[in-house]
Design a protein around this ligand. Structure first.
Ligand code: XUL
Length: 620
């Protein structure tokens, strides 16, 4: 998002930096206290360090083991390099008063016992990487794409009683990339000795904050939810899960009671305290950066968070707002007060709004699946392969739900958990009948409809209206009128046609089927296709607005906003609600409102049909 404001570095008294250490690059964004986006700086790892560190797309891959890692020293070089580049461009470092940012989620960094001493005595005349050589026990950080921890997934889920149980505790079922599993792999299989010698463990986000502040900082609470060891309701690590991560579980590791206790205590020390959501700083910029690049010595470092978490705070998202990221894959992020965990999605503590959560649903089949339909359509009409014109024309002319739906999974899908497959069905006389094939034109609306309905079905339980007060079936009062009795009637009709509806094994309630988002924000590549956005928006049925937003730097921007909000609260010594702060300062003219015909009601039945079709999908 490029701000339309005329502010610049000269006219801005105080500046904030937002970092984003992602898989392939390090990015820094500069903003002022009015949330004006003033500059973007980045370094691509492959381009600058590809040869030196033997990385491709920022990572080293071991095909056989499924291990995917990044060298930590490369990140240190990247920090020096990028600050150096900014200095060369005369960036006014002396105006920087606050720094925060984000890192790729789940990745971890393993500090040696030399680290605290080395970090606090950095010599500005040489480099970070050369001085921090002995600061790490493991020189590489497991990356979120890693899939080498199949064994650990099984142990974590079996020990707590299955995926749903783990999700109830930690906000997610076990995933390869989640930090607790990665720690267990290192502690049990990879190198128990180096694990034992590890003094502290940071996440990628807290690693950057540690380097900048010259001391190992705490892990931030929202990020801690990406580890599979943090009990969200208890606001603390779970001892049983810690014992698994440390490899000292009495059953899984045949550990004695003493070993268990020692192992848990030692891992707790390595991880340090989890910092609850707050505006407090976690340090001041280290003198290394002051001397070397001219940073303002009083610049404060505020806790860094995960990249998806930083994305939601780059926009004025209120509870019940949805951010739909339409990239190669589709990601649904939403803000909610309703802690309703499920094995099929993720819940994280919200990074700036206490008692709020971020829900995250990840789909594999997004743009790629739509492109396959587009290509087949263009082939039928002998049109140019990559053109969306015909696809959009067909989509624009499709109106309400017409009792037809398809499921298009050229790749295996995460939610619902299913193998690669295609399915087309018709609803006739209350029965769902499979259709062998139909005209490719039918696929156009059908794929966008089913993708939207899937997100609607899965976001529903997390929306605020679907809390326990709305879980039972409401009485139908034929005599009353108005919005709520209309909804009740629709719900009763749906129920009599399809019976109880389940999504990913979870029974839907009145509330989960009838709750609507407040606003929907569309981002990512396909958000530039207004026909797709309009159709999706009409089905998702936001009550207030639909916006299309361009936020190529969302994670870094979210970091800069976090720094400016924290710094403002600290200065005033007063809590300011984050959504109020953002809404007051946000440049709403950067959002493109999308006019949408509300078809939410017409697609109510579509939810029933899709839920039933999903019951008969093939699994691996
Ligand atoms: C989220 C995840 C990825 C990374 C990307 O769970 O693993 O989105 O955060 O950097």
């Amino acid at each position: 998002m490029t701000s339309k404001s005329s502010a610049n570095y000269e006219s801005s008294k105080e500046l904030y930096l937002g970092f984003d250490l992602s898989t392939q690059q390090l990015k820094i964004i500069a903003t002022n206290g009015k949330l004006d986006h003033l500059g973007t700086y980045n370094v691509e790892f492959d381009q600058e360090f590809g040869e030196k560190y033997e990385v491709k797309k920022g990572v080293r891959v071991n095909e056989q083991s499924g291990e995917i890692v990044s060298p930590v020293a490369m990140w240190l070089d990247a920090i020096d390099f990028l600050f150096g580049k900014m200095k060369q461009q005369n960036f006014p470092f002396d105006k920087v008063v606050g720094i925060s940012g984000s890192g790729q989620q789940h990745g971890s960094v393993y500090w040696s016992s030399d680290a605290p001493q080395l970090l606090s005595n950095l010599d500005a005349s040489t480099t970070l990487a050369s001085q921090l050589k002995s600061a790490f026990t493991f020189p590489e950080s497991p990356n979120w794409q890693d899939h080498s921890t199949g064994e650990e997934i099984k142990v974590f889920e079996d020990t707590v009683g299955g995926p749903e149980k783990l999700a109830e505790l930690t906000g997610s079922r076990a995933h390869y990339r989640f930090t607790g599993l990665q720690i267990r792999k290192l502690a049990v299989r990879k190198n128990p000795e180096l694990y034992r010698k590890t003094h502290r463990i940071s996440l990628v986000s807290s690693f950057v904050a540690s380097v900048l502040s010259g001391e190992i900082t705490t892990i931030e609470q929202a990020e801690a939810c990406g580890m599979n060891i943090y009990d969200i309701k208890k606001h603390d690590y779970d001892d049983e899960l810690l014992s698994l991560a440390a490899g000292v579980h009495p059953k899984a590791d045949s550990a004695s009671e003493e070993e268990r206790e020692k192992g848990i205590a030692s891992l707790k020390e390595k991880l340090g305290e989890v910092k609850k959501v707050s505006y407090d700083n976690c340090g001041t910029i280290s003198s290394y950066f002051v001397k070397k690049f001219g940073l303002n010595p009083s610049a404060r470092i505020y806790p860094f968070t995960g990249d998806n978490l930083a994305t939601i705070i780059s926009l004025p998202l209120h509870p019940n707002d949805i951010l739909l990221s339409l990239g190669t894959s589709t990601t649904v992020l939403l803000v909610t007060q309703n802690f309703k965990p499920s094995a099929q999605y993720h819940l994280f503590v919200h990074p700036t709004m206490p008692n709020h959560y971020m829900g995250m649903i990840c789909y594999c089949n997004g743009a790629l699946a739509r492109e396959k339909v587009r290509d087949a359509l263009n082939e039928k009409y002998s049109l140019e392969k990559n053109s969306w014109d015909k696809f959009n024309e067909v989509l624009d002319s499709s109106k309400k739900f017409d009792n037809k739906l398809g499921i298009y999974f050229p790749l295996g899908e995460i939610v619902p958990n299913a193998s690669a497959q295609f399915k087309r069905s018709k609803l006739a006389n209350g029965k769902i009948e499979d259709v062998e094939s139909w005209d490719i034109d039918e696929d156009v609306s059908s794929i966008v409809e089913s993708q939207s309905l899937s997100a609607r079905l899965r976001a529903g339980p997390m929306l605020n209206g679907s809390d326990s007060s709305n879980s039972s079936t409401p009485e139908l009062d034929e005599s009353s009128s108005g919005e709520s009795s209309k909804l009740k009637k629709m719900y009763h009709e749906l129920h009599s046609e399809f019976g109880d509806l389940y999504t990913d094994g979870e029974k839907h309630t009145y509330g989960s089927l009838t709750s609507r988002p407040r606003n929907t924000f569309f981002v990512g590549g396909a958000s530039n296709n207004l026909s797709i956005v309009r159709k999706m928006a009409s089905i998702l049925g936001a009550m207030d607005h639909n916006y299309k937003v361009e936020i190529p730097n969302a994670c870094a921007l979210g970091g800069a906003y976090k720094a400016s909000w924290s710094h403002t609260c600290e200065k005033k010594n007063q809590w300011i609600n984050y959504d109020d702060y953002i809404s007051q300062n946000f440049h709403f003219d950067d959002l493109d409102p999308v006019q949408v015909k509300d078809e939410w009601e017409s697609y109510f039945k579509g939810m029933g049909m899709l839920a039933k079709m999903e019951e008969n999908l093939k699994h691996d």
